[in-house]
Design a protein around this ligand. Structure first.
Ligand code: FRU
Length: 494
């Protein structure tokens, strides 16, 4: 009976997608090369996996309209992470542990087990006594049609963890054992709880992998844990840690005790629109992460989710990034090399000098483009370099590289008549010869990577296409720019 209910709910959602597809396709603000849902609202990436020769992206999805509600799992596959084929929804609320009341099938992850594709997700329900979050399993023989496990839920919140603060399982395998890290809150402090299992179905608590002493907030959403070289990385999306909403920690881990001790921490992205990244391994061994390009109403800089709901959709993913170590074991987050396949209309410039008078730059159509350059810090005596993107109609997005303060910021206050705020990060430039800048602009977003991909700002911008000029100028001296290259981007959703 309940298997049929999930199928019926998926069919109903598919009909809504069919009805709205054309409207959303014609949306003026929709992205040209960033991953989006077919219709409606998307948030976290879920179950990212390379499985049987294809990249599978699942996602938190409300197919009906452009607001968060009634969580399903959307599903799409790709050969290159650029061009996507949408598949039928993987999960819809249907069981007593994940039926609606503003809950549903919350975030989770995927793993291959026993020749099948397994999903582990958080079932959320509310029968009037508050939210109940439990961990649940679904599996598929063909990687397309999923069935929920009869023994669900496989985990309920442990003693001391409130029933609405236990979610977002991320699974991996080490040796013959499965491990899972899950976000939780105890005594109002965030925890990453570690579980293990021999068969993917029966799970036992192992240890508290890491916890906040208050400095990292009261709840960690979407924790992820992986090894790179001989070090381990924990990524979390903390609630209650101010503007630090996507952090990473690097340290050592002991599989005997289940304890992680970190010596290094940092921010994956300082922009307003980067949350809940999840990692997976590409067939060539790269550790890649993908995040949701928006923010929640509890964040200090939140204004709203942007105007795209008027076009029947909201949300997309940031471009996938490769996680790499710097020599000091801090992390870099580098846009995947696959994006180079989208390049068109190349523009390269020889070394040039910029002063207080604005210089116009060319990159694609000024809306959707990739741009790279380096600032020669030895020959530059300017205090600040200002790069203005999406200029026109008296509006612009202002990016300031402040060499004196060692700060980079992106000002959105007069960018599109909608967005607000200034995202800021500190750049350590001491002893550096040059500052690298790498930008991806799409119809409704600008992602800026700088300082060896350690100062990254993802921000959404909902500007008109008449805002397509690019200008650069300095304050307090001159700046020398080298290796300027820019490209238009081929559209991926034609
Ligand atoms: C993070 C999050 C998760 C939850 C999901 C619900 O963005 O709040 O903790 O599982 O979104 O859609």
């Amino acid at each position: 009976m309940s298997k049929e209910l999930m199928l019926r709910n998926i069919e109903r959602a598919q009909r809504a997608i069919d009805e709205n597809r054309e409207t959303v396709k014609n949306g003026r603000m929709r992205q040209r090369y960033h991953f989006m849902g077919e219709t409606g609202w998307i948030n976290d990436p879920n179950g990212l996996i390379y499985y049987k020769g294809k990249y599978h992206f699942f996602y938190q999805y409300n197919p009906y309209y452009g607001h968060w509600d009634y969580m399903h799992w959307g599903h799409a596959v790709s050969d290159d992470m650029l061009h996507w084929e949408y598949l039928p929804l993987a999960l819809a609320p249907s069981e007593s542990y994940d039926d609606h009341m503003r809950g549903g099938c919350f975030s989770g992850s995927a793993i291959e087990h026993d020749g099948k594709l397994f999903l582990m997700y958080t079932g959320v329900t509310n029968d009037g006594k508050g939210f109940e979050q439990t961990q649940c399993i679904a599996y598929s023989e063909d990687g397309i049609h999923f069935e929920k496990y009869d023994g669900n839920p496989v985990l309920t919140p442990p003693e001391g963890v409130p029933s609405h603060m236990f979610r977002d399982p991320k699974v991996w395998k080490h040796g013959d054992t499965y491990y899972m890290v899950c976000g939780a809150s105890r005594d109002n402090k965030a925890q990453a709880l570690l579980y293990r299992s021999d068969d993917m179905l029966h799970w036992t608590f192992f240890n508290v992998l890491a916890e906040s002493r208050g400095e990292w907030g009261y709840m960690w959403e979407c924790p992820d844990f992986y090894q790179i070289g001989d070090k381990y990385v924990l990524m979390v999306s903390p609630m209650g840690a101010g503007e630090r909403t996507v952090v990473y920690m690097v340290g050592d881990f002991d599989y005997e005790t289940g304890k992680f001790s970190y010596q290094i921490n940092g921010e994956i992205d300082w922009g307003y629109d980067y949350y809940a990244p999840q990692s997976f391994v590409a067939p060539d061994g790269r550790r890649l992460i993908v995040a949701w390009a928006n923010c929640w109403d509890w964040m200090p800089f939140w204004k709203d989710w942007g105007p795209t709901y008027k076009e029947g959709w909201c949300g997309f993913f940031n471009i996938p990034r490769e996680v790499r170590f710097m020599p000091d074991h801090t992390l870099q987050f580098v846009p995947i090399k696959e994006l180079e396949k989208l390049r068109k209309d190349e523009c390269k410039l020889d070394c040039f000098t910029v002063g207080k008078d604005a210089v116009q730059l060319t990159a694609g159509d000024g809306v959707s483009f990739e741009m790279k350059m380096k600032i020669d810090l030895v020959k530059t005596d300017a205090e600040e370099l200002e790069l203005d993107l999406r200029c026109g109609n008296g509006r612009k997005v202002i990016c300031v590289f402040d060499f004196k303060k060692g700060q980079m910021c992106v000002v959105r206050d007069n960018s599109d008549g909608w967005s607000q705020g200034t995202s800021r990060s500190t750049m350590l430039l001491q002893g550096k010869q040059e500052l690298d800048i790498h930008i991806f602009s799409d119809q409704s977003s600008i992602e800026i990577f700088t300082n060896q991909y350690q100062n990254n700002h993802a921000n959404n911008i909902f500007a008109e296409n008449t805002q397509n000029q690019i200008e650069i100028h300095t304050y307090g001296g001159e700046a020398v720019i080298k290796d300027y290259e820019a490209y238009g981007m081929q559209e991926c959703f034609l």
